[in-house]
Ligand binder design. Sequence first.
Ligand SMILES: Nc1ncnc2c1ncn2[C@@H]1O[C@H](COP(=O)(O)OP(=O)(O)OP(=O)(O)O)[C@@H](O)[C@H]1O
Ligand SMILES: [Mg+2]
Length: 192
Amino acid sequence: MFALDDDRVLRRYREGGDVAHEVAIMRKLETLGYPVPHVFKAAGPDLEMQRLHGPTMLQAMMSDDLGMRQGARILADLHTRLHQTPFVHLDLHPENVIMTATGPVVIDWRNAQKGEPDLDLAMTAVILAQAAVSFIPAAEQFLAAFLACTPGDPLRLLPQALARRAADPAMSGEETSLLTEAESLILLLAPR
Ligand SMILES: Nc1ncnc2c1ncn2[C@@H]1O[C@H](COP(=O)(O)OP(=O)(O)OP(=O)(O)O)[C@@H](O)[C@H]1O
Ligand SMILES: [Mg+2]
């Protein structure tokens, strides 16, 4: 990420690749009124977009500016609003939400696609559970709060979400080995 000026940032994929797919989705979502950064320019691995000002949702919760239950409700609401469109984000967690003065805005659309809302909810649960069983105790509390107010059914496509996560090349062997424990935690905390 490079700050170009006060209004623009440039994101460049180090591995190369093409941002065209995520940019098409971001632009479509913007026309639908969903909170995404405005895209100025996209070319190959480069994405020039609106620079957002504010802490991530994770930072806001860690500094106690935002309560966990409040944060969980905002995240659940971002899912609900997104799922009124054909798209899913598949990486919608508190580090990919920027709390701006005009409201929460969702970043990091590289995994976005058309898909089932329940898969998006399950992916969020898996990501939070992995954090909870590895090194972030507060993540368990946040996961419980998210599961208590989530729309849809985060358990229905949990097996698909776990498989997707296990196949993610960005994950270390150690992280992958925690997936079974993460699954158990979700099943334990999910209200029935
Ligand atoms: N439009 C933006 N305006 C301001 N800051 C941004 C913007 N997009 C991203 N950032 C900052 O850059 C950080 C990383 O961005 P992003 O989540 O898109 O990539 P990433 O998390 O590095 O991707 P990955 O986790 O897949 O490697 C964010 O946490 C945020 O602080
Ligand atoms: Mg990110």
